[in-house]
Design a protein around this ligand. Structure first.
Ligand SMILES: NC(=O)c1ccc[n+]([C@@H]2O[C@H](COP(=O)([O-])OP(=O)(O)OC[C@H]3O[C@@H](n4cnc5c(N)ncnc54)[C@H](O)[C@@H]3O)[C@@H](O)[C@H]2O)c1
Length: 330
């Protein structure tokens, strides 16, 4: 397939680009490099530095591809702002980049007759689901502007699909971690509110210790339970999603997670088997639900997707990549 990957210089997008290239597909990346890195883009993909808000820029990409007899078959859309706390402080920036960005991209796709879209959504669209297990048909009640913008994008895609014959695969990710097996790409940002990057800060000695926020949640060991998925498994699901659309099997919304959860205490224990570091319990953080686990039956049934990499390897590859990154940045 000929793929346009918007946001392909970022953490998840760069892994998707790598899997696309490995599978022999032809890839163009559009990225404004606001949080991504040119060096993360596989050398066999072509990087165009540009903004998703620039509709005409995207039209030019689609037209140039069609003129070169390689029309874009599928657009993969990863480009978004995605820090929850920042979205609370700067909601307008989030609506502009995420929602207006989606509008601009859908306009360009409609104008150029590009019909297949794979879109990165998030478990944040669910808010605080009852029982902590998220099924795609559960009510979506986001609790922050980031989740709201992603849900607004999902709804826009669904309406535009009805009107313009677009096929879509909306993928709602749970907690993503890990690095490519080559250790050439991985998470480069310091997203200090997520548990795995927080662990890595302590594991690499950048922080004296890890604080675990709360030990009195309604879970067996009192720490929050979350669902973790390796970034390479996630990237592979995108290719399956695109193939599903190209095979004419219809649009879908699907969760991507492991389908089971680990408590924060269990994740910390697993990380300490790789490298020792100090940790202590602190007070709860506001807004953390007790449990968030994906029901992944739909992705398994419709896409034939099966996550293959477990928590230990997720943590090991994340740690090894971050060690390399620390050396590189010295
Ligand atoms: N990382 C996670 O755990 C996670 C979880 C759920 C959903 N998601 C979603 O996955 C997608 C990718 O996340 P990520 O972790 O790789 O983030 P990232 O910040 O590493 O990647 C986003 C990429 O998009 C680019 N970008 C942003 N705004 C742009 C614009 N206006 N025009 C062109 N490029 C732009 C950035 O430069 C970056 O390369 C996002 O849509 C995010 O909402 C991520």
């Amino acid at each position: 397939m000929n793929a346009l990957v918007i946001g392909g210089a970022g953490y998840i997008g760069s892994h998707a680009v790598r899997e696309l290239v490995r599978a022999g597909h032809s890839v163009v990346v559009l990225d404004d490099l606001s949080t991504g890195n040119a060096h993360a883009v596989h050398p066999d993909a072509r990087l165009i530095v540009g903004d998703i808000l620039d509709k005409e820029g995207m039209v030019s990409i689609f037209e140039a591809a069609a003129d070169a007899d390689a029309p874009i078959d599928v657009v993969f859309h990863f480009a978004a702002k995605m820090i929850v706390s920042e979205s609370v402080a700067k909601p307008l920036d989030y609506y502009r980049n995420n929602v207006v960005g989606m509008l601009s991209m859908l306009e360009a796709m409609a104008e150029c007759g590009v019909r297949n879209l794979v879109f990165s959504s998030t478990a944040a669209v669910y808010g605080r689901p009852e029982g902590g297990i998220c099924h795609e048909d559960a009510p979506c009640k986001p609790i922050n502007p980031y989740g709201e913008t992603k849900l607004a994008c999902e709804r826009m895609v669904e309406w535009v699909a009805q009107a313009h014959g677009l096929n879509y695969c909306i993928l709602r990710y749970f907690n993503v971690a890990g690095a490519d097996s080559s250790l050439e790409i991985g998470l480069e940002k310091d997203l200090l509110t997520w548990i795995v990057p927080l662990i890595m800060q302590a594991a690499l000695g950048n922080e004296e210790k890890l604080t675990i926020f709360g030990d009195d949640y309604d879970t067996p060991d009192g720490t929050c339970i979350r669902d973790y998925v390796h970034v390479t498994d996630l990237a592979k699901a995108h290719i399956l999603g695109a193939q599903h659309l190209l095979d004419g099997k219809g649009s879908l919304v699907a969760n991507l997670g492991s389908g089971s959860g680990f408590s924060v205490a269990e994740v910390v224990e697993a990380a300490k088997r790789i490298v020792d570091f100090r940790s202590e319990y602190g007070p709860r953080r506001p807004g953390d639900p007790d449990i968030l686990i994906a029901d992944t039956s739909r992705a398994r049934e419709l896409l034939g997707w099966e996550p293959e990499i477990g928590l230990d390897e997720m943590l090991r590859s994340d740690y090894e990549f971050r060690k390399i990154l620390t050396q590189r940045n010295k």
